[in-house]
Design a protein around this ligand. Structure first.
Ligand code: IMP
Ligand code: MG
Length: 183
């Protein structure tokens, strides 16, 4: 069977079990850190964060609301070019609210640095960032990520929401894109 056009399934980098255990830990830590907050607004960055956000949200033990925003990366193939454009804004105003921005992956950090600046300017009571994965070797932007699931090697990863060419998002684990898949 082929998966999303790949000749073989992407080799596992992070298994379903590893991801689930880490999401549990992150949820416990985030819940504890926000124990005194009336309500935490979770902001998911579409599309890559939708599965992580869904799993994380169901493990948090504090009251939450959820909103989404969508970005476009001016991509050339799979490589983020650094330039980011907002294509769908939040529906909920964030002024005075406690906010957690939920991202799938930090590569150069340009996306999160743009989002942090934009959201800070709207005057939230607090703004924290949670990213499931981060590639430390690729970071160029100076951006603080408050909660990181996994630091991973410099490779293109897919699954658990992450895509290549909009494919592989529904893979239940995070795998490394087989080289033959790249065009
Ligand atoms: P950054 O702005 O360079 O940090 O890029 C972040 C965005 O690029 C992420 O939100 C993803 O949409 C995409 N991205 C970067 N690396 C990967 C990867 O390995 N797999 C899938 N998407 C990625
Ligand atoms: Mg993304």
């Amino acid at each position: 069977m082929t998966i999303d056009g790949a000749a073989a399934p992407p080799p596992v980098l992070l298994s379903e079990r590893q991801i689930a255990d880490r999401v549990d830990q992150l949820a416990r830590q985030i819940s504890a850190d926000h124990a005194s907050v009336d309500e935490l607004l979770l902001i998911g960055v579409l599309r890559g964060a939708f599965i992580f956000l869904a799993d994380l949200a169901r493990r948090l033990t504090i009251p939450t609301t959820i909103d989404f925003m969508a970005l476009s990366h001016y991509e050339h193939g799979s490589a983020p070019s650094g330039a980011v454009r907002l294509v769908m804004d939040l529906r909920i105003p964030i002024a005075g609210r406690s906010v957690l921005l939920v991202e799938d992956i930090v590569d150069s950090g340009e996306t999160l640095s743009y989002l942090r600046r934009m959201l800070e300017a709207r005057g939230p009571a607090s703004l924290k960032i949670c990213a499931l994965t981060r590639k430390p070797d690729r970071l160029t932007a100076d951006v603080r990520v408050d909660y990181v699931g996994f630091d991973i090697p410099d490779a293109w990863v897919v699954g658990y929401g992450l895509d290549f060419d909009n494919k592989f998002r529904s893979l239940p684990y995070i795998g490394i894109l087989p080289p033959a898949t790249k065009s």
